[in-house]
Ligand binder design. Structure first.
Ligand code: PMP
Length: 387
């Protein structure tokens, strides 16, 4: 059996140094080492998300869904939320909010598309909303929305702008403070490239003031229970509300250390170049991309393989050493697969992925011009990474 690289949409391409730092130290959550790892990770999350010191960062157990559900902490009873969804993960807000005493309306785009900015703005202008949810990169399709442009168009009409950056933060640009985002959240295992197990959030001063309202949250994910502890960590101390994901926090700290060395600018450029090369290779092999051309992300790509047994295709790719993700969007589920090119993605992974795809297509009996995808990708990569 060949060893495999993981180009799933999350966890994605792994880095052994980052993963193994989760298990190396046999340390508890009351150790000074843990306090330091939390403080550093909280501060670095703020950096990576472009959130300044007016934002409160949180790291809580769970992952992206836990971070999403914890956002209910900021919503007063009977508040009205606009859910803007471009796919399965935007839809998740409906599943969450329907468990709480809040009202919501949904604007839902077709697969591969996004709700236009002017439609979001028009709805918020008319609707008297307290909050809006946006998904920077929709993982079910690879659609990326222009968060900066949308936030600037809607800012006057809504109190809380909430951005799910689970499939983007750490690989795409996020400037929470400059763009006036109230809450931006992510998970440890995606573009930050650490072990799974933690949800991360940064909340603006006005979001934090909403924690004065009576809570409609449950217990574990009520951020009122975590806020004081996060402040303690930030000022060099520690604290306990529920056991934190200790190993994941050490792994996160190692990710952030490497991100700091690489710089976010270089990391964003690396993601952009690798994703462009991948898409170029895919199109050269005659395959289509799910996301509309102006909405393609640097972290996730959905690829159509029409009239094919996708499970067989994925198995054939796996046998060649690369694991991709199946399609999940209900409109197109059986017609595509998804690729995560985020976190520790490198040019060599792109070439390996295209090689596995070429081989898997041949297994399905498809004709592909030999090495065409790889050569097209190589041209893009050479331009981007030449000294
Ligand atoms: N939002 C987005 C955009 C996601 O991609 C995911 C995970 N695929 C989630 C939320 C949920 O995160 P988790 O699986 O870590 O709970």
């Amino acid at each position: 059996m060949v060893s495999r690289i993981l180009m799933h949409v999350g966890p994605s391409v792994a880095n052994y140094g980052v993963l193994s730092s989760a298990v190396a130290p046999n340390l508890g959550f009351a150790s000074l080492e843990f306090n330091r790892a939390m403080k550093y990770s909280l501060e670095q999350y703020r950096e990576v998300a472009g959130a300044d010191e007016t934002y409160t960062p949180f790291i809580i157990p769970g992952g992206g869904t836990a971070a999403m559900e914890s956002v209910v902490s900021f919503l007063p009873r009977d508040s009205k939320v606009l859910i803007v969804t471009n796919g399965v993960f935007g839809d998740r807000w409906e599943g969450i909010l329907s468990r709480y005493p809040v009202k919501f309306k949904i604007l839902r785009a077709k697969a591969g598309q996004a709700i236009p900015t002017n439609q979001i703005a028009a709805e918020l202008r008319e609707g008297g909303y307290d909050a809006v949810t946006l998904t920077q990169v929709e993982t079910s399709t690879g659609v990326r929305i222009p968060v900066k442009e949308i936030a600037s168009a809607i800012r006057p009409f809504v109190k809380l702008i909430i951005v799910d950056g689970v499939a983007s933060i750490g690989g795409e640009r996020m400037n929470a403070a400059q763009w006036n985002i109230d809450i931006c959240l992510t998970a440890s295992q995606k573009a930050l490239g650490a072990q799974a197990g933690a949800g991360l959030l940064a909340a603006s001063g006005s979001a934090m003031s909403m924690l004065q309202n009576p809570s409609i949250s449950g217990y574990l994910l009520d951020l009122r229970n975590w806020a004081k502890i996060m402040q303690n960590f930030l000022s060099g101390g520690g604290g306990y509300f529920a056991t934190p994901p200790i190993g994941t926090v050490f792994s996160l700290a190692e990710s952030f250390r490497r991100i700091e060395i690489e710089t976010m600018e270089a990391r964003i450029a690396r993601h952009k170049a690798c994703s462009e090369a991948f898409r170029k290779g895919i199109m050269e092999m005659g395959l289509d991309i799910v996301a509309a051309e102006h909405l393609r992300s640097s972290t996730v790509t959905g690829v159509y393989v029409e009239d094919a047994d996708i499970a067989k295709f994925l198995q054939a790719a796996m046998a060649r050493g690369v694991e991709f993700a199946a399609g999940v969007h209900p409109e197109i589920k059986d017609r595509y697969f998804r690729v995560g090119h985020m976190g520790w993605i490198e040019p060599a992974h792109i070439i390996m992925a295209l090689d596995a795809i070429e081989g898997a297509l041949e297994t399905l009996g498809r004709k592909v011009e030999k090495d065409s995808g790889k050569l097209a990708a190589k041209n893009v990569l050479e331009k981007a990474f030449s000294p």
